[in-house]
Write a protein that binds this ligand. Sequence first.
Ligand code: NI
Length: 137
Amino acid sequence: MVYITRREQFSAAHKLFRKEWSEEKNNEVFGKCSNPNWHGHNYELFVTVKGEQNPDTSFVANLSTISVILREKVISKLDHKNINLDVDFMKGKTATTETLAVEIWKQIETPINQLGCTLHCVKIRETENNYVEYFGS
Ligand code: NI
């Protein structure tokens, strides 16, 4: 079994808040990410797939093909967008990196697995110091 990873980048705005909470409570729980007038991050997305090497190509999967899937299903919907307002698969959800990782997994699992490999991990880095990994459960 070999694991391969494709990295993509996107820039997006968000805020973390629960509308049933006061501004003070949101600020207490979510800190700077609750700023009412939005803010942005330069996100990095790492998608890892696993599988056996194809005997003809030696590839687990073609990373260029994986990149096309990621751009079509995820990056085009997120890049230079407002995650809370613009992104269909994040509608009505709290725009944490955790939720983003889970929802991105749902968007790409089927097309990735159709390549003959298995989606292993969706990792998103939100800042230099913070990243989230989701392994499908
Ligand atoms: Ni933030």
